[in-house]
Design a protein around this ligand. Structure first.
Ligand code: HDE
Length: 751
């Protein structure tokens, strides 16, 4: 029954009374009106005018404008509302029975706000949890047409892409620069549907059959009892696994090389790892391996630097990528194909193409460029895009098909399955970042988080009620058609082919292809990682693996571990080194490289000149001074780092500015920062120099800047540039940077 008029009036009076008791009117305060929906007022009084935050119109993942304004720099709309759209007048106080009273269950806004917050996290990826993404565009060269019919590889065809880079082992909050494999996953939103190339920065994998994936990951992840170590392979379970699974040796060699600690995502190669099958317009097939070649070259950190960065800037790689894109230094990779004949045996020059622990040396099958990828837009929202993106190598387009590589085949199951837990249901392809740009007309219905409002009554085929729609595509409509691959006469069996049994030849090929300094890094990495293991038998077992790869490698690691050198159990096969596997010996563009400049207030002209030339060269200057703030009265030069916040690992090269040395013309009095003769050089500057020196970075100084280098004792060493002209110093340092590091400083002791 509805309350009668009198009862209602009495109730309203009682409520007013209680309200008055709870919120007594403030003497002298103007009587307040309840906020009206017609003329909204903020109960806190007038707020300062809002800056114009409206950015360009949002674009749907299909590229079409959604009509909703995109907020470039803040939140949308004028009024805070509930998720159901009701305007809110207060979000800072819960609804209570009096100021000091209990909170009321009735408070929908409180419950909704906390409930939503409680569920903000979703399960992190079981592997590759830590990642960073960017949008970009891929432009085909048209050079693949004779082997692949995919439309996105056509000449000049532009395809939007989203790329996510990742580490494998660490949790979402772990450091970027740990020694690990990196994921390099690309979603091409092609006109023919999404094509996902879900690769790594290492061209081979630990295992040959996907059934072993849970094992290798359990071994690499932290120990289950204490959950340590985080994001590391330097522990017993990892080495226990890989020393008992010698098929992992090739991947481990790459991990222990400089490839395991990239300088930047921008300086990493990418590989599709597996062999794929390509189909051209005539229906002819070829086998192929995908490669991403970075325009900036392949560069790495040194191990001590990587470890320091893990503490000093755990976000080093994501910051580097985001900064580069924001500043317009868009990173680029060329997509290339190694095209191999599709023979019944599916081998090439004796290499089993279905074995994901093997590469095909580029000298035997050159990588042919087929298009270029440019990353040019940072995500607007990490969670919405980078976290929710779901890759799947079953997302194929006409022209590209899978092979029977047993690792690849298991992945076809895993990447769909894992999203059911991670993205909580089967409709993850409706999440904006995953939506294809090609029209979607599936007959998948309902399920958790269904966003589509499907019309029609007949989501089945054939039907006569919805006009028979949708229809199956005929050949001329370019459907995706699996290659009708003939199968060999076979029996069901749990066994690998004997061609998978050679686990040492290619690790040896990799080792012998490296330069002496790179070999030394590999030795040190093995010695470090095994040195972190507690179990003697594990170290000994791995030494036996190394003995089968190469006697020098094994002897050097054994020496470092203080253990005897075991005799090999296999006879090494003859290999021809593949020089392209080495990262050293060429020069590369220096775009986006960071130049630390220790400022001398007595020589701001020199600093200004050098800074401008660094910027003009597409590099990033970082001005370092004893304290923060403007360096010039007009604010034109500002200290970006202080001696407290700067650390050498942030820059690729270091410059020390200095006023002209005593005796030079018009030498002004000097307020030394980097140290003038007779001054005490700040120990933090010396530390910067020492670290840059140890990490084989180029160091330059002009004028009195040389004093700090002299105090550090490096003036006569390779890769140290001292000159009176700041521009000449920068020119020489840039040339050194083109080769990435000054390796001559530390001649290798092994050949
Ligand atoms: Fe993955 N892998 N993987 N993987 N993988 C995942 O999928 C898996 C393998 C790779 O940025 C998961 O959506 C199995 C090889 C990348 O979102 C999961 C096997 C290569 C990423 C999964 C492999 C990769 C993943 C976790 C052995 C290089 C990150 C979350 C059969 C060619 C993608 C997810 C991203 C992610 C399973 C082996 C690359 C669990 C079972 C080989 C780059 O589905």
């Amino acid at each position: 029954r509805k309350p009668g008029k009198l009862v209602k009036a009495a109730l309203e009076k009682a409520v007013d009374k209680v309200t008055e008791l709870v919120n007594p009117p403030i003497p002298g305060a103007p009587a307040s009106e309840p906020p009206s929906l017609d003329e909204p007022t903020d109960p806190r009084g007038p707020l300062p005018p809002k800056p114009d935050q409206t950015g360009p119109e949002t674009v749907s993942p299909t590229g079409a404008p959604t009509g909703a304004p995109q907020v470039a720099n803040g939140q949308q709309g004028d009024f805070l509302t509930t998720s159901a759209g009701a305007r809110l007048y207060d979000t800072d106080h819960s609804l209570k029975a009096g100021e000091r009273g209990p909170t009321l269950l009735q408070d929908h806004h409180l419950r909704e706000k906390v409930m939503h917050f409680d569920h903000e996290r979703i399960p992190e990826r079981v592997v590759h949890a830590r990642g960073y993404g960017a949008h970009g565009v891929f432009v085909g060269y048209g050079t693949a047409a004779n082997v692949c019919m995919s439309a996105f590889l056509g000449d000049g065809v532009e395809t939007p892409v989203f790329v996510r880079f990742s580490t494998v082992l660490g949790s979402r909050g772990s450091a970027d620069t740990v020694r690990d494999t990196r994921g390099f996953a690309t979603k091409f939103y092609t006109q023919e549907g999404n094509f996902d190339l879900v690769g790594n920065n290492i061209p081979v994998f630990f295992i040959q059959d996907g059934i072993k994936f849970p094992d290798v990951i359990h071994a690499g992840k932290p120990h289950p009892d204490r959950e340590i170590p985080q994001a590391q392979s330097a522990h017993d379970t990892f080495w226990d696994f890989v020393s008992t699974h010698t098929e992992a040796t090739h991947h481990v060699m790459w991990n222990m090389s400089d490839r395991g600690i990239p300088r930047s995502y921008r300086t990493m190669e990418g590989f599709g790892v597996h062999t794929f099958r390509l189909v051209n317009a005539e229906g002819e097939t070829a086998l192929a391996k995908f490669h991403w070649k970075p325009k900036l070259g392949v560069h790495s950190l040194v191990w001590e630097e990587a470890q320091m960065i893990s503490g000093i800037d755990p976000d080093f790689h994501r910051r580097d990528l985001a900064d580069a894109i924001e500043s317009g230094a868009y990173p680029q990779w060329e997509l290339g194909l190694q095209v191999l004949p599709d023979t019944p045996r599916q081998t090439f020059e004796g290499i089993d193409l279905l074995d994901p622990t093997k590469i095909v040396p580029e000298e035997l099958a050159p990588v042919q460029p087929v298009g270029i990828l440019t990353l040019n837009r940072n995500p607007l929202n990490y969670f919405a895009e980078t976290e929710q993106v779901a890759f799947h190598l079953g997302n194929l387009v006409p022209g590209i098909d899978v092979t029977d590589d047993p690792l690849l085949q298991s992945r076809l199951f895993s990447y769909l399955d894992t999203q059911l837990t991670r993205l909580a249901g089967p409709n993850f392809n409706q999440i904006p970042i995953n939506r294809p740009h090609a029209p979607v007309n599936d007959m998948l219905r309902d399920g958790f988080h269904q966003h589509a409002v499907h019309a029609g009554v007949a989501p089945y085929r054939p039907n006569s009620l919805d006009g028979g729609n949708p229809f199956e595509a005929g050949v001329e409509e370019r459907p995706f058609v699996e290659v009708a691959q003939p199968l060999p006469k076979a029996v069901k069996i749990r066994q690998s082919p004997t061609s998978f049994a050679d686990h040492y030849t290619q690790p040896r090929l990799f080792w012998l292809s490296l330069s002496p300094i790179e070999k030394e890094h590999v030795v040190r990495a093995f010695t470090f990682e095994l040195g972190k293991c507690y179990e003697q038998t594990i170290k000994e077992r791995e030494l036996l693996v190394l003995a089968n790869v190469d006697p020098t490698l094994c002897a050097e690691v054994a020496k470092g571990l203080g253990l005897p050198v075991p005799a090999p159990t296999t006879r090494p096969k003859k290999v021809t080194p593949s020089p392209v596997l080495s990262q050293i010996g060429q020069t590369w563009p220096t775009d986006g490289r960071v130049i630390g400049i220790v400022v001398d207030p007595a020589d701001l002209d020199g600093v200004r000149t050098v800074r401008e030339v660094v910027l003009a060269g597409g590099m990033v200057p970082l001005l370092i001074a004893p304290t923060g703030g403007p360096l010039t009265a007009d604010g034109g030069l500002v200290a970006q780092r202080t001696f407290l916040t700067a650390r050498s690992v942030e820059f690729d090269a270091l410059l020390l500015a200095g006023s002209p040395p005593p005796g030079a013309d018009a030498a002004p009095a000097r307020d030394a920062k980097a140290g003038a003769p007779g001054d005490t050089v700040d120990p933090r500057v010396i530390l910067m120099i020492q670290e840059c020196f140890r990490h084989a970075k180029a160091i330059g100084a002009w004028g009195n800047g040389r004093t700090a280098i002299e105090v550090a004792g490096y003036a006569a060493e390779p890769g140290i540039v001292i000159d009176d002209d700041p521009s000449d110093v920068l020119k020489a340092v840039t040339m050194l940077l083109e080769a990435h590091r000054v390796w001559e400083r530390f001649p290798a002791t092994i050949s």
